[in-house]
Design a protein around this ligand. Structure first.
Ligand code: PEP
Ligand code: MG
Length: 566
């Protein structure tokens, strides 16, 4: 039997299935005898404390892998401590003699019901977090140990409905041959972490848990998104060979990390780093990258009770600028809204948040927040080579308005005699309306970076978070490359730096094409750098230009993907 999904991290593997399921079903409705209420409540309080300790432990281990996502576990800790829940559970136990597990289940169920009913996807998504916290509390209540993906005794293929980033972060990578999931999307946290570990991963396998059994033999091809269950001996041998080739290739790729980004004919390609924070785990990649290609500063605004002050932001930006010295640090101004929310302030509900008051638009509506960030960034300019980048620009008016605010802020700082250095101002190209007038935009700014993640969502009219329209979100759509080509040409002609910092730039299959379209600066997460340098070293500019010419002659995403895979 063959089951299929979408391969999101490449590779092949053969091994036995390990079904991982941390969800706890509804306990029986039960009550404790009179006089036992207090001991039941004490037990709940112990479980709550254990949950907070476990979440902190996971948060710390996650911090090493992905500091931005580590914040999720702070959010989970806040749920454990939620005031209403912690009034309600003790009240049910003490006043109505509910058993602890029933109280936990039912009180969370009520909250979940309310959250799930709200039409705002940002709020309804929080339901998944509450559900996870409830499962954690119930597991601890029953005294069960975490199904330890960190303590697997033999190599396995994990099959699950969904994995939490904490599951992936804590798993013993050496023992996980592949990951198969029913849910998930190509940009989910789990995928990003699995990708960084180099574990072959397939998501969106419908009915997965109904199709596989614990211990069942499976052959996984994540490049094609297929899983063969109970493979015959010849298929097993074929997949063992495939996985050996994949692992050898992974080792070879690692050797490219310390090399320069340079084509086979000696043309330098600047390698930028995408960061969400200034933790050492992220900034250690400064040793083998030429710049910060995008610092997604919104992550320092997220999952905290108050907005970061000017001083706090200044100290953070200063760390990145000092670390990179004379090399550019592209600091992107606040890109909040869409899929990114703030806990420190409630944003008004919008029917289409990705088309709404997001990023620069939000900053224009809150000049106090925007100016505070610009003041902090310009003050930090003194410590390195600052390039300030504006997200979600849709018109020249946007650019002019933002530049005016930046100029005024700089004048203010000059008046205060704050030491500043020269800095550049640039834009993200992620809305088709600005890409189509790139030559006009190039006259107004110092540089630009192509945000292919959003560019694709707006060009193809397909929500990047919605797995139902995933087939319409085509990063390899011919329109993408026509638009990217025009954008690159416009900036190259104006003599202004142009780069890419969306996921397309991290894809080794797309890199020769992007070079062929004229790009000489590419930015990506640390985990993608070695493979990108390898892809760059594998082509000459002449060959890359031939690839670009051929791709521009193709008519569908499918044709282009097939051609680039050759
Ligand atoms: C992009 O849109 O490609 C991008 C880099 O920005 P983000 O993914 O943060 O929206
Ligand atoms: Mg974007």
């Amino acid at each position: 039997m063959v089951i299929t999904g979408k391969g999101v991290a490449p590779g092949a593997a053969v091994g036995s299935i390990y079904i991982y399921n941390e969800k706890y079903s509804r306990p029986a409705e039960s009550f404790v005898p009179a006089g036992k209420e207090q001991s039941q409540l004490d037990r709940y309080l112990t479980v709550k404390k254990e949950a907070l300790d476990e979440l902190e432990e996971v948060r710390l281990s996650m911090q090493k892998v992905d500091p931005g996502k580590a914040e999720i576990f702070n959010a989970h800790k806040e749920i454990v401590d939620d005031i209403i829940i912690n009034e309600e559970i003790p009240a049910r136990i003490l006043n109505e003699r509910w058993a602890g597990d029933w109280a936990i289940y039912q009180v969370y169920e009520t909250v979940l019901g309310v959250l799930k009913k709200t039409p705002d996807p940002l709020i309804s998504e929080r339901a998944a977090d509450f559900d996870d916290v409830r499962s954690l509390l119930l597991r601890l209540w029953y005294g069960r140990k975490k199904e330890e993906l960190s303590a697997l005794t033999q190599p396995v293929i994990i099959a699950a409905e969904e994995l939490m980033p904490s599951d992936v972060a804590s798993m013993d990578k050496e023992k996980v041959l592949a990951i198969l999931l029913e849910a998930g999307g190509a940009t989910s946290h789990t995928t990003i972490i699995a990708k960084s570990y180099g574990i072959p991963t397939i998501m969106g396998i419908q009915g997965l848990l109904g199709s596989v059994k614990h211990g069942q033999l499976a052959a996984v091809n994540a490049d094609e998104g297929t899983v063969i269950l109970d493979p015959k001996d010849d298929v097993v041998s074929e997949y063992i060979k495939k996985s050996e080739i994949f692992n050898k290739d992974k080792q070879e790729t690692k050797t490219f990390l310390d090399t320069e980004g340079c084509t086979n004919c000696g043309v330098k390609i600047d390698i930028g780093l995408n960061i969400n924070s200034v933790n050492n785990e992220e900034l250690d990649a400064s040793e083998y990258t030429d710049s910060v290609g995008v610092f997604r500063t919104e992550f320092i605004f997220m999952n905290r009770d108050t907005l970061p002050t000017e001083e706090e932001q200044f100290l953070i930006y200063k760390i990145a600028l000092e670390r990179y010295g004379e090399r550019p640090v592209i600091l992107r101004t606040l890109d909040i809204g869409g899929d990114k929310s703030l806990t420190s302030m409630e944003l008004p509900r919008e029917d289409n948040p990705f088309l709404g008051n997001r990023a620069l638009r939000f900053c224009f509506s809150r000049p106090d927040i925007f100016k505070t960030q610009i003041r902090a960034a310009l003050r930090a300019s003194y410590y390195g080579n600052l390039w300030l980048m504006l997200p979600m620009v849709s018109s020249l008016e946007d650019i002019r308005k933002a530049k005016q605010i930046i100029t005024c802020t700089k004048a203010e700082l000059d008046k205060e005699k704050k030491p500043l250095k020269d800095f550049k101002t640039g834009i993200m190209i992620e809305i088709p309306s600005i890409a189509l007038i790139a030559e006009l935009a190039a006259n107004e700014v110092d540089f630009a970076s192509i945000g292919s993640n959003d560019l694709c969502q707006y060009l193809c009219a397909a929500d990047r978070m919605n797995s139902a329209v995933e087939p319409y979100y085509q990063s390899f759509h011919p329109a993408m490359f026509r638009l990217i080509k025009e954008t690159i040409t416009a900036f190259n002609s104006a003599g202004k730096p142009i780069s890419i910092c969306g996921e397309l730039g991290a894809d080794p299959a797309a890199i020769p094409l992007l070079i062929g379209l004229g790009l000489r600066k590419i930015s990506m997460g640390a985990a993608s750098v070695a493979a990108a340098k390898r892809a760059i070293a594998s082509v000459t500019v002449e060959k890359a230009e031939e690839i670009a010419r051929n791709v521009l002659g193709l008519s569908t995403a499918q044709e282009i993907e097939k051609y680039l895979a050759l």
